[in-house]
Structure formats: C-alpha cells, structure tokens
Design a binder for this molecule. Sequence first.
Ligand SMILES: Cc1cc2nc3c(=O)[nH]c(=O)nc-3n(C[C@H](O)[C@H](O)[C@H](O)COP(=O)(O)OP(=O)(O)OC[C@H]3O[C@@H](n4cnc5c(N)ncnc54)[C@H](O)[C@@H]3O)c2cc1C
Ligand code: HEM
Length: 414
Amino acid sequence: MLTPKTIDIIKAITPLVAANAETITRRFYALMFEGDPEVKAFFNQAHQQSGIQQQALADAICAYFVNIENLKALTPAVELIAQKHCSLGVQPEHYPIVGKHLLAAIKEVMGESATPEIISAVSEAYEFLANICIGREQAIYQLQEAIAGGWTGYRRFIVDQKVRESNEITSFYLRPEDGGPLPAFLPGQYITLRIDHPTTPTSPRNYSLSDEPGKEYYRISVKRESGPKAEAPDGLISTHLHDAVQPGDVLEIGPPCGEFTIDPKSAGEQPIVFLAGGVGVTPLLSMAKSLVTEGVIAPIHFIQAARNSGTQAFADELYKLISDKDFVEVQVIYDDPMEGDVEAGKCDRAGRVDTEVLRQWTPFNIGQFYFCGPRPFMQSIYSGLKELGVDDSRIHFEFFGPRLAIEPAGVGSI
Ligand SMILES: Cc1cc2nc3c(=O)[nH]c(=O)nc-3n(C[C@H](O)[C@H](O)[C@H](O)COP(=O)(O)OP(=O)(O)OC[C@H]3O[C@@H](n4cnc5c(N)ncnc54)[C@H](O)[C@@H]3O)c2cc1C
Ligand code: HEM
C-alpha cells in the first residue's frame, strides 16, 4: 500500500500536475523515444502526431492522482490499459523505462517545485500503479496461453478471403497457417496486426473482430483511411491492406484482447441498443450476431449511421438478424445520402444521431447502450444520453484509438 505521507504529497501536487499534465506527457514521450528508442516501435506514430496518446496518458495520470485514496474507481481504466498493453506485448521490464522518463519529465516541467520528497512520492506511486498493471497483464497473458487454441505473441494467419463490404470497407477472413483451432473470444474484442510495411516501419494496429465467435476464421473489416486533409497522408496499414494484401498472403496476428465486450451468457432481458458510426460497426455487429446466435431474448435495437448507401457496410448481415428474430430492430440513418437513397428506402432517416433520434428510436429509460464510431459521433451520443437521463452504468463505448474524454467540456470528472 502507499504510505499516508505519499498519499498526502500526491494530493497536494495534483492541481499542479493536472495543470501541466499534457506538457509532462509530451516531454515524457520525447525523452523516452530519444533515450530508449527500442520502445518506440510499440507506439503508433499517428497517435503521437495528433497528440491523442499524450492526452490519454495525461488523463490516466490525473485520474490516478485524483483517485489516489479510491483506487477501486480506477479498475475499469486499469483493465482497458492492461488489455491494450497485452495486445501490443508490453512486458514487466518495460515499466522501469517508462518510469524513469516519466519522472524525468515531471522533474523538468515542475522545475524547482519538484523537491526530492515529491519525486520520491511520485516514484512510489508510479511503482505501485505499475505493479497493478503488471499483475493484471501477466494474468491476461496466462489466460491467452491456457485457453484452447490460444497463443501469446504473434501467430501466422493466411488471408482466406478478401470481401468488399462498401466503397471504403473491406473484410479479411483469416485462418491460422498452422491449421490449429482458434480460441473463443468475447464479441467486441480486437486482434492486433503486425505488418512489415515495405516502406515505413510502423507499430502494430488493432482491428475489432467483426464476425461472431465460434467460426473457423477470424474476420476483420478495415476502412481505407484516406488523409482527411491535404497535409495528412493516407493511412499506412489500412491502405496497404486494401491495395497490397491478397488472399493467400500471411499476416501476423496477436490474440483477441479488449474489455469492450458483451457476454451473451450473462445478458438479461433488458433491451440492448447498438449505435454504430461508420466502421465503428465492427465490434457491434459481432456483439449483435452473437446475442442472436446464443438465443438471448433481450430486445435488440441496432442503429447504423453511415454517410450514404455507398459507404454503408454490412446492411445484408444486419437485416438478416431481423429475419432471424422478431425482437431485433434495425434502423439506418445517412448524414449525406446519395441521390435516390432516401426515395429507395435505403435509410430510415437522413441526418445525424442526436437526442431526438435517441428519444424516438431507443428505449432510453431502460436500455443498455453500446456505441462506437468517430469521436464527434460518440460525443454527440454521450451528451444525448446524458440529456435523456441515462446513467453511466448503462453506457458502454469503444474508441478506435487511445481513449479520450467523451464528455463535452465542463462535464468531466477530472
Ligand atoms: C480497439 C481498436 C479497434 C479498431 N478496430 C478497427 C476496425 O474494426 N476497422 C478499422 O478500419 N479500424 C479499426 N481500428 C483503427 C485501426 O487500428 C487503425 O488505426 C486504422 O486502420 C488506421 O491505421 P493506418 O495505419 O491505416 O493509418 P495511420 O497511418 O495510423 O494514420 C491514421 C490517421 O492519421 C493521419 N496521419 C498519420 N500521420 C500523420 C501526420 N504525420 N500528420 C497528419 N496526419 C497524419 C492519417 O492521415 C490517418 O487519417 C481500431 C482501433 C482500435 C484501437
Ligand atoms: C503505469 C504505467 C503506465 C500507464 C499508466 C500507462 C497508460 C496508458 C494509457 C492510458 C494508454 C492508452 C490506452 C487506450 O486508451 O488505448 C496506454 C497505451 C499504451 N501504452 Fe501504456 N501505460 C503505462 C506503461 C506502459 C509501458 C511500460 C509501456 C511499454 C513500453 C506502455 C506502452 C503503451 C503503448 C504502446 C500504448 C498504445 C499507444 C498507441 O496507441 O500509440 N505503457 N498506456
């Protein structure tokens, strides 16, 4: 346990650290990549470039300090971090490297106010959190190895099929090259793909499993990431997958990870609402298919948001869920319909998912909400749900990148 003295010091410095948290984490990554360049290969450089990883780490440090006397509140955050670390193969020996540079960054940014007493308390607090993460990560690795068909590290998979799902999303059906069994996963989990990119060495990427568990393959469905602005390059790995990877090629895959899941075996009768924005449909489709296959009797509401019929993926799989079960409802909303989309009934509505849509289309008083999509989409859903009085215990979401604050400014707890 942390000593009372350390707790007091952490409480005292929290406002100062919070005010400088992103400056500290930016400096931390710069120091670490310079001092220990071998760990750089773990980190997604697009997340560094946009600053979202620095932001996510700053949020995590602040949440830790704010909750230093209430560590139970951090359990979900620790689980998310541990799952992410395990997806990338982080090991106990990496923690002292991170600790060393984090402390150096704090010292540098806090300047003279970082007394030896403060540094010693921060060091003790870091070690304490590191040990919690290491413990959970070792348990996850052991589980990955113990499960039937399981593995740790990377396993070779053959691309069995490549299927175009929309103008910008393509699915890859992957089978283990060794012909062995595949471990079960919880719908909503993601795998990790390591690609030796021909021109630009880069970190592994996570992709949600888009089909339900229990198949002889894993399926991922990848959106071609085109640079949104002239100065932004095309996405490295998604473009490579779309353009260069073909059936018969081998990909290196890390085992399923992630805590954004639904367990069909423990789903009750409470309605379940899925809200998918763009390629964020992947984990939610896996969840919905799996609930139907497992015979869950809860009403399922699936709302899919897409730009138009050209970019909408998996319409056929979603509508098949309705024909299988009468307690499944699927509704589609386009924010930029193509000519004829609305007239042909390809969407139920044109527009965006806002509070009114949530009010009209969802059982907001009793439903459990699961959503995934671009950040503005998720922020809009979150604030709509809050407006409708939905408690956080009924709200579950996944970011396709480091987790950032979802609350509109001023509503957050940190
Ligand atoms: C848990 C999880 C699940 C995911 N599931 C899916 C899924 O099911 N399907 C899916 O398609 N994706 C999924 N993703 C996202 C996926 O991991 C990749 O991030 C995505 O494919 C983009 O990777 P990329 O290599 O193509 O792009 P990157 O090269 O990583 O670039 C990403 C973005 O950053 C911009 N960028 C890169 N470098 C710069 C720069 N120097 N300056 C300015 N802008 C820059 C690019 O233009 C691009 O828009 C998931 C992510 C997570 C964390
Ligand atoms: C107690 C120490 C640590 C804390 C609090 C911490 C915290 C975090 C957080 C909050 C995230 C973002 C998770 C998400 O939302 O996806 C993250 C991601 C990550 N962490 Fe850690 N971490 C710690 C130690 C380490 C160590 C030792 C390594 C090994 C080098 C490491 C490597 C990574 C990587 C590679 C990512 C993904 C980054 C990306 O997406 O670019 N972390 N960590």
